[in-house]
Ligand binder design. Structure first.
Ligand code: PLP
Length: 425
């Protein structure tokens, strides 16, 4: 593997390759054997593994937990790959917590976030003694205390602080500004700590924050991290102990429009900040999702037909917004390319089969007579996990590639399953 180039790349013949093997050669036999059809997500396990390991190395000897945000991609094969690389998990539901634990992630490397955790979810987190439930309101602290009392246990908690920092991202992925529903407002922190300290069934172990997603610069991350440090220092100055400071995730990736700083650059800046604040003894927790999986997945789709009129060329594919909703939800753009030819003019407007005008993947240079298979690049994060069965379209398949071979296929539930379930409903 060492002498092969990792990742999705185009070779001299214009074929898209994965770690040197033409992607078409990997996936076409699957489609022919109907173990999986299009649309299908294809993941590069070698790339995922190498990225996670490089990030772990970037901490040096500093105490830390890389809490992979499972929401970005919860496939067991992927979470197990990260568990083996030493990562922890950030989960936002009981189900995600079960996936993280089932994939082999140690409980003390797991944090649970979310503004409306149910009692059952709090119970599970308490029972499994995870690193911390990151509480997002004073009301939730009260509920956590009640669940801990009911279980006769102590609940470990982190307080998620709303940093009051705005970022230059789509409004739907900004979480740290004052109007966001996430986190405890700075003005409420005094009351939150007071509540915690009056309840011996609660053990406050950390402070966290998450400013939002698709950060293209380190500065807003550091602005948020400074707020966390301020809160941590005030707590320590009050004579209380803490185990960790969690600066959240949000590291951007290159969707074709320009590179973002590498995850290790965020970690380097975070470690430097902790040092300058005299907080190096604390465990640094980070919560990256997109950056660990986004570049390592593509969505493969089949061209169904073209449609040409005087003013426009459309290319209709068999993947829609139900398979990959990021363009419709966030105005995101994923590069669409032919599997077996490099991008070339003219541009085609690539659209899916769903009966919504927002089922539109944008204009892409796909040559004079596009045919066969296309790939939607950088679809490893917030792709399959946001897929739905809208319009009677079954969930896509997922194909996992390692060492130039398909090592696992998670088949689509198929059309018949959808029809049967709807008839039974
Ligand atoms: C609390 C929390 N942590 C981490 C993340 C992961 O963000 P990203 O995938 O941008 O790294 C999210 C994403 O929404 C989040 O809400």
């Amino acid at each position: 593997m060492a002498d092969r180039e990792l990742g999705f790349r185009r070779n001299a013949q214009g074929l898209l390759t994965l770690s040197g093997t033409p992607l078409g050669a990997l996936v076409t036999p699957l489609f022919e054997a109907s173990r999986s059809g299009t649309p299908a997500y294809v993941y590069d396990l070698d790339g995922l593994d190498a990225g996670a390991r490089a990030l772990e190395t970037s901490f040096g000897s500093a105490p830390h937990v890389t809490a992979y945000a499972v929401k970005a991609n919860s496939a067991g094969t992927i979470v197990r790959t990260f568990a083996r690389a030493g990562t922890g998990a950030d989960v936002v539901s009981g189900a995600e917590l079960e996936v993280a634990l089932g994939a082999g992630i140690e409980p003390r490397k797991i944090v649970m976030s979310g503004v409306a955790k149910t009692d059952a979810e709090l119970d599970l987190a308490i029972a499994r003694d995870i690193l911390a439930v990151q509480v997002e309101s004073i009301e939730e602290i009260g509920r956590l205390a009640a669940r801990a009392r009911a279980a006769g246990k102590r609940a470990r908690l982190g307080v998620r602080v709303k940093p009051g920092v705005s970022i230059d991202s789509h409004a739907h992925i900004a979480t740290g500004h004052d109007a966001a529903k996430f986190g405890v407002a700075k003005t409420d922190l005094g009351a939150a700590w007071e509540y915690v300290d009056r309840h011996p069934e609660l053990s406050a172990v950390g402070v966290s924050s998450h400013v939002g997603s698709m950060l293209r610069e380190v500065d807003p991350y550091l602005a948020t991290a400074r707020v966390v440090c301020e809160v941590v220092k005030a707590r320590l100055a009050g004579g209380h102990a803490l185990e960790y400071a969690d600066f959240g995730g949000g590291y951007g990736i290159d969707y074709g429009g320009g590179a973002a700083p590498a995850p290790s650059a965020f970690v380097g800046a975070a470690l430097e900040l902790l040092r300058s604040e005299g907080l190096s003894a604390l465990k640094l927790v980070i919560e990256p999702g997109r950056s660990l999986v986004g570049p390592f997945g593509v969505l493969v789709a089949r061209i169904v037909q073209t449609k040409e009129s005087a003013e426009r060329r459309w290319l209709m594919i068999d993947a829609g917004m139900n398979d990959l909703i990021r363009p419709a939800l966030y105005g995101a753009k994923h590069r669409v390319e032919l599997l077996d030819a490099a991008p070339a003019d003219p541009e085609w407007r690539v659209v899916g089969p769903v009966c919504e005008s927002s089922d539109d993947f944008g204009a892409h240079p796909l040559g004079r007579a596009p045919s066969g298979l296309v790939v939607l690049r950088d679809a490893g994060a917030y792709g399959f996990v946001l897929a739905s069965e809208y319009n009677g379209r079954p969930l896509p398949a997922e194909v996992f590639v390692k060492d130039g071979r398909v090592v696992h296929v998670s088949a689509s539930p198929g059309r018949e399953s959808w029809v049967a379930r709807r008839l039974q409903a």
